[in-house]
Design a protein around this ligand. Structure first.
Ligand SMILES: Nc1ncnc2c1ncn2[C@@H]1O[C@H](COP(=O)(O)OP(=O)(O)O)[C@@H](O)[C@H]1O
Ligand SMILES: [Mg+2]
Length: 403
């Protein structure tokens, strides 16, 4: 029987399996240190979905916690109003301090709205009436300052992650509230050791700027992108090593190549391979079958909704099948075009435009004019698998039709 997989597709990486991001960590820690001297700092952590923002935040939280900050990671995805946002921030502070021996010093702050519950494994909750929450929204700097005053003998400062603000950024209130908070702190407090890091996808920057043109000026923007192949390699070594599984070098090459530097892919691939293996060593075959499983999983999650279900045109679909006749990660326009019928040729340019717009392909500069490549190594595998399935389905249908 296999034990649990050490891979965590979709969940923030556990600290011991975290790799890379060395530069970003150094940069952010530099700002955190400045916070300790009383200067309020704001970092906007930006990156595409699945690139590893939450994992980086969790890792930083761990480091900063060890360095004696009161560090909280607040999940605010889906939150759309400021009252709920501040409620979650203070509830998380409450949870974090509740574990400490000096909790009594600040428990007064939360007043009678703290519930100690052990039902469902929830230790404490913070549920003040709407009126009080509105007060906390309005007097946010003062409320934070009060907490920091109470803990200043124990902690260097506050470290707050707001993960993620995609939802709440849709409202103009958030951008204006944040800007007023920063202005207020700058004009009224000389010592305000709070570091705040909202997290969002890159587009959120534009959304925030549209709502409050000067907001982005207060943020130091830190961007994260793909991991290097070396880091992905390190990740597989560490993670398979943790469960004493050996990885053959040919297998490693496949795993690293198909991961395409994308953290979410390396977890899906690693997880699928883990379950394929049955002898404690990852062979090339284990890796190959696991990669097909992962391509299927990723394709169903990302390509089905974005491409297969979104594209209604039968001509587009048949072009996509032609494109999938061979599992290739790059192609020349003319090559594919020569396989198309007259009708398909007419819409081929539009098709390519659509695929670019959907973020499936990009122009391949190295390949020269009219060359394209897929944005990663797994999408073409899925597209190839779909073409194969379609062929199988039509062959079976024709056979049964004849019988
Ligand atoms: N630096 C990393 N090291 C190891 N695994 C990572 C790393 N960054 C992300 N992951 C993994 O990749 C997946 C997506 O990461 P996540 O942090 O949830 O991304 P985001 O918050 O940007 O959507 C998760 O399975 C996570 O465990
Ligand atoms: Mg996230």
């Amino acid at each position: 029987m296999k034990e649990n997989s050490p891979f965590t597709p979709g969940n923030p990486a556990p600290v011991e399996l975290f790799v890379g991001r060395v530069e970003q960590i150094e940069e952010i820690l530099k700002y955190v240190r400045q916070t300790a001297s009383g200067r309020q700092e704001n970092v906007f952590l930006s990156g595409e979905r699945g690139i590893g923002k939450s994992s980086l935040a969790a890792f930083l939280r761990h480091l900063v916690d060890m360095d004696n900050f009161l560090a909280i990671h607040v999940f605010v995805g889906g939150v759309t109003d400021l009252e709920e946002l501040v409620r979650r921030i203070f509830e998380q502070i409450l949870k974090e301090t509740n574990k400490q021996t000096w909790f009594d010093e600040i428990s007064g702050f939360f007043g009678k709205y703290v519930k100690q519950v052990d039902l469902f494994g929830i230790s404490v909750s913070f549920n003040p009436p709407q009126e009080d929450l509105e007060g906390l929204v309005r007097n946010f700097p003062e409320a934070l300052k009060n907490i920091m005053e109470k803990i200043k003998n124990e902690k260097k400062g506050l470290f707050i992650v707001l993960d993620d603000i995609n939802g709440i950024s849709g409202t103009p209130e958030f951008a204006n509230w944040y800007k007023s908070f920063v202005d207020d702190v700058a004009t009224h407090y000389t010592d305000f050791p709070a570091f705040i890091m909202p997290i969002g996808i890159p587009e959120i920057r534009d959304v925030l700027s549209a709502h409050q043109p000067s907001l982005m000026r207060i943020f130091r923007v830190v961007d994260i992108d793909k991991l290097s192949d070396k880091e992905v390699n390190e990740f597989f070594e560490k993670t398979f090593g943790k469960v004493n599984i050996e990885v053959k070098s040919e297998a490693m090459e496949l795993m690293v190549g198909f991961s395409s530097g994308l953290p979410i892919f390396m977890h899906e691939i690693g997880d699928a391979i883990f379950w394929r293996d049955d002898d404690g060593a990852i062979s090339e075959e284990d890796a190959a079958s696991g990669i097909f499983d992962a391509a299927e999983r990723i394709g169903k999650k990302y390509l089905d909704p974005k491409v297969y279900r979104a594209i209604r045109s039968e001509r587009y679909r048949s072009i996509l099948r032609r494109l999938g006749e061979r599992a290739i990660n790059r192609f020349k326009k003319s090559e594919i075009e020569s396989k198309l019928n007259k009708e398909e040729k007419k819409v081929f340019n539009n098709f390519l435009g659509k695929m670019r717009e959907l973020g499936i392909i990009v122009p391949d500069i190295e390949g020269g004019r009219g060359s394209y490549k897929f944005v990663n190594e797994l999408y073409p595998v899925y597209i190839w698998m779909e073409s194969q399935n379609f062929r199988k389905r039509t062959i079976t249908k024709n056979k049964t039709g004849e019988a």
